[in-house]
Structure formats: C-alpha cells, structure tokens
Design a protein around this ligand. Structure first.
Ligand code: ZN
Length: 153
C-alpha cells in the first residue's frame, strides 16, 4: 500500500459509527489492525502519530508539532557520474506517516460533515474541491439537512 493510502487509513481508524466514536487502535483488535496494514506496533505509537497528524490537518496545532517524528530521518548523498542522488534514511513508520502527510497536505482534509463524521479524505480531482469523505453518505446527509433547514426558514 502506498504511504499516502496508508496514512489515510491510519487517519480514518477513528471513525464515528452511528454517532459513537470508534477507535480501531484501542482494544483487542488494535494489534490485528496494525499487522493487516503492515504498521509496526505498539498501538500507542500509531495512535500518537495519527492524532498528531489529525490535529495538524484540522488546523488545531502547527505543522512543526510533527517535527519530533522526523528526528531520525536524513538525506544521504550518493555520488556517481550522473551527479548526486539523495536517498532518504531512517524513515520508518511514524516518520513515513508524517512524510506522506507532507506529500499530500494540499489535498488532505477533514470531511465537512463535522457533526457526524471524523473521517479524512485525499482529493485527487483537478479542482481539489471535494468536501466529503463520501458523497453517498456524508454528502447526501448534509445536502438533505441543508434542504430541510431551508424549508423551515
Ligand atoms: Zn464524512
């Protein structure tokens, strides 16, 4: 799985289900969830980076709060007749998630159905104007609610 997709799965591991917040990274299923996604444990470490990136994406804390996950990452130059090629070293899991965030941050945002949904989306469209994790769920629900609101005005 590409790191961006993995990051999205990680961010979306704390959904709301019928109005109840669920956390896949807590409880007995957490180890299985991490193994299925190829993320080394422990769950607490995965939760820490997930919650840190989520807070940045929601605009609650500045991006520099993610710096601590990158302390072991460095670029190493390898010189050849073609010039210098830079290789990233030390980007293991928490760092990989943060680097993936850096790649997609302009297209990664929370679903606009804030009241009922805690999911995130990566918008690949040219317009980059997608607002809902899923049109069929959150998009339709919000449209219906706004429509009802207008009727009662
Ligand atoms: Zn949603």
């Amino acid at each position: 799985m590409p790191d961006e997709a993995l990051l999205l799965e990680l961010l979306n591991s704390a959904p709301m289900v019928d109005g109840v917040p669920i956390d896949e990274l807590r409880g007995s299923g957490a180890g299985d969830w991490l193994r299925e996604h190829g993320i080394p444990g422990p769950p607490a470490a995965a939760r820490e980076v997930r919650d840190a990136v989520a807070a940045v994406v929601r605009g609650q804390v500045p991006a520099r709060s993610l710096q601590k996950f990158l302390v072991d990452v460095r670029q190493v130059p390898a010189i050849s007749v073609d010039g210098v090629a830079w290789r990233v070293e030390g980007a293991r899991f928490p760092a990989r998630a943060v680097l993936a965030w850096a790649e997609v941050q302009a297209r990664l945002r929370p679903c606009e159905n804030h009241e009922e949904c805690t999911l995130f989306l990566i918008d690949r469209s040219k317009a980059n104007a997608r607002r809902w994790c899923s049109m069929s769920t959150c998009g339709n629900r919000l449209k219906a609610r706004r429509h009802q609101g207008r009727l009662h005005d």
